[in-house]
Structures are given as structure tokens and as C-alpha cells.
Design a protein around this ligand. Structure first.
Ligand SMILES: CC(=O)[C@@H](O)[C@H](O)COP(=O)(O)O
Length: 260
């Protein structure tokens, strides 16, 4: 039923709307099985964790060999636009990907994205032909500016990375989706299948997550739960929910009950 409903980004078409992170799993076996269970087609990882001299032999990517992914390397660890641009160019030059998740944070406590540096880096990298997916705060104006700067998709955070707090500002996320002409991917801070379904019901085109899967008691089961939540939320969004009302409406007609 969802077969024709595909996610299009940067000239590629995906049947899955799940982007999954590769870090923080208990071991490589569970990482691999969880990623398989997620049926994600887009994989993200920090470039600073990859051996750029021999990306094919890298420990993170090696045991995922044979699985057909689009790689979305990220610039985590960058504190400025210049650093993010340099990291992205290195990843491209080493043949990993010309897709890049711009992730720039200065504040170690919140890891919240720096909006000004993120916009700068997005502008530069989009002009250089990268497929740029910036991780950003959930500000509708900024998300629009990133789209105008050439982002192939925009990725507002639900909450700070790794917190599992869910979508802190559903109102903003609704506005962002309403205004967008590129896919909106909710990235970071999600905790459970409920958060994922909510993001999709608000009209997000997809979800990126790492911690809620990797740190779950059973990451493989959780990866499957998240996949199903994405599909359920997407179907619910497409089907159109009923409007909320203050008072009851009977499910069957009551008019003639008193005369019988
Ligand atoms: C792996 C990655 O890209 C993370 O930085 C991302 O933002 C996911 O956040 P969570 O770990 O909260 O899912």
C-alpha cells in the first residue's frame, strides 16, 4: 500500500523513510541486526570516526558490507562552518559520499546546532554540488532559509541529541512541514515509537535516529518497532485524522430511541 509512496532526496528514491545512525550499539553484531531490522536505506555516521585513508576497510562500515545503503556521513564534532566544510570535502575526496549531514554544535551540554554556522556551511556545500541535509533547530524561519540555501532536505531536531525527550515543539514542526518544499526529516531526541508516529503524523517525510534504537534494552526489536511506527504514522497522515472536538458525537443515530 505504501509501495508508491516514496521518499525522494537528492535525485534518489527510497522506499524507507528511516535514516539510522551507526553509533552506540552494544556490539557490531547487534548493530548489524538492528540496521537490518530497521530496513533503513540511509545510514549516517560521524566522519571523524571513519578511517578516511581506507574507508572500505573501516570498522564501522566493513561489517555492513553487502548491504546496499546510501551513506549520509555527518560532520559531528565541527564547531564552525569552516570545520564542517573541511570535513565534508575530506569525506567526498575519500570517496565515501557527496551526501553530507551538516552538524555543527558548540555547546557540549545541549549539543544544539549552531544556526548561523549551519546556514553558512549549507550555502557553501550546496554551491559545491553536495547533497546537503542540515541538522538544525526547529525554527520555521531558519528551516526555510536552509531550504533557500540549497538544502536537499532539512532536519529539525525533536529534542537535543540522545535525550529521548520526543518532539518538544509539535506546533513549530507542523509549521515547518507546512512551509517546506523539500523533505523535512525529524532528527534527534526521539525516544519511542510514539514519538516517531507523532513526527510522521505531523507530516514529516522521514525520521533520523540513533540513540533510541542503539540504547534500547533490545535494539533489534526496537529497530523494528520504529520502522512500523514510521509506516503507521505515515499512513495515518495520508489517511487524514478526524478533527478534534470538544463534545461527544454518538457513533450511531439516537433520534428515534424515545418514541419506541
Ligand atoms: C547519529 C546522528 O546523526 C545523531 O547525531 C543524531 O542526531 C541522532 O540523534 P539521537 O541519537 O537522539 O537519535
Amino acid at each position: 500500500m505504501l509501495g508508491q509512496d516514496r521518499l525522494e532526496i537528492g535525485g534518489k528514491s527510497f522506499s524507507s523513510r528511516f535514516m539510522i545512525g551507526t553509533g552506540r550499539y552494544p556490539n557490531p553484531y547487534i548493530q548489524q541486526e538492528a540496521i537490518k531490522a530497521s530496513e533503513a536505506e540511509i545510514l549516517t555516521f560521524a566522519i571523524r570516526r571513519v578511517n578516511l585513508d581506507a574507508p572500505d576497510e573501516d570498522a564501522i562500515l566493513q561489517h555492513l558490507d553487502g548491504m546496499n545503503f546510501t551513506y549520509l556521513p555527518n560532520t559531528s564534532g565541527a564547531k564552525t562552518a569552516d570545520e564542517a566544510v573541511r570535513i565534508a570535502r575530506l569525506a567526498k575526496a575519500s570517496g565515501i559520499s557527496n551526501w553530507i549531514k551538516v552538524e555543527i554544535s558548540v555547546n557540549e551540554k545541549t549539543l544544539l546546532p549552531d544556526p548561523i554556522e549551519t546556514l553558512k556551511a549549507t550555502e557553501i556545500l550546496a554551491k559545491e554540488g553536495f547533497v546537503v541535509l542540515p541538522y538544525t533547530s526547529d525554527d520555521p524561519v531558519l528551516c526555510k532559509r536552509l531550504e533557500e540555501a540549497g538544502a536537499a532536505a532539512v532536519m529539525p531536531g525533536g529534542a537535543p541529541i540522545g535525550t529521548g525527550l520526543g518532539i518538544l515543539n509539535p506546533y513549530n514542526l507542523g509549521l515547518i512541514v507546512e512551509e517546506a518544499n523539500v523533505p523535512i526529516i525529524v532528527d534527534a531526541g526521539l525516544g519511542s515509537a510514539m514519538d516517531i508516529a507523532q513526527a510522521m503524523e505531523l507530516g514529516a517525510s522521514g525520521v533520523l535516529m540513533n540513540t533510541p534504537v542503539a540504547k534500547a534494552k533490545d535494539p533489534i526489536k526496537m529497530a523494528r518497532a520504529m520502522k512500523l511506527a514510521i509506516e503507521a504514522g505515515r499512513l495515518s497522515y495520508l489517511a487524514g485524522r478526524i478533527p478534534k472536538k470538544k463534545y461527544a458525537t454518538a457513533s450511531s443515530k439516537l433520534e428515534n430511541l424515545s418514541s419506541k
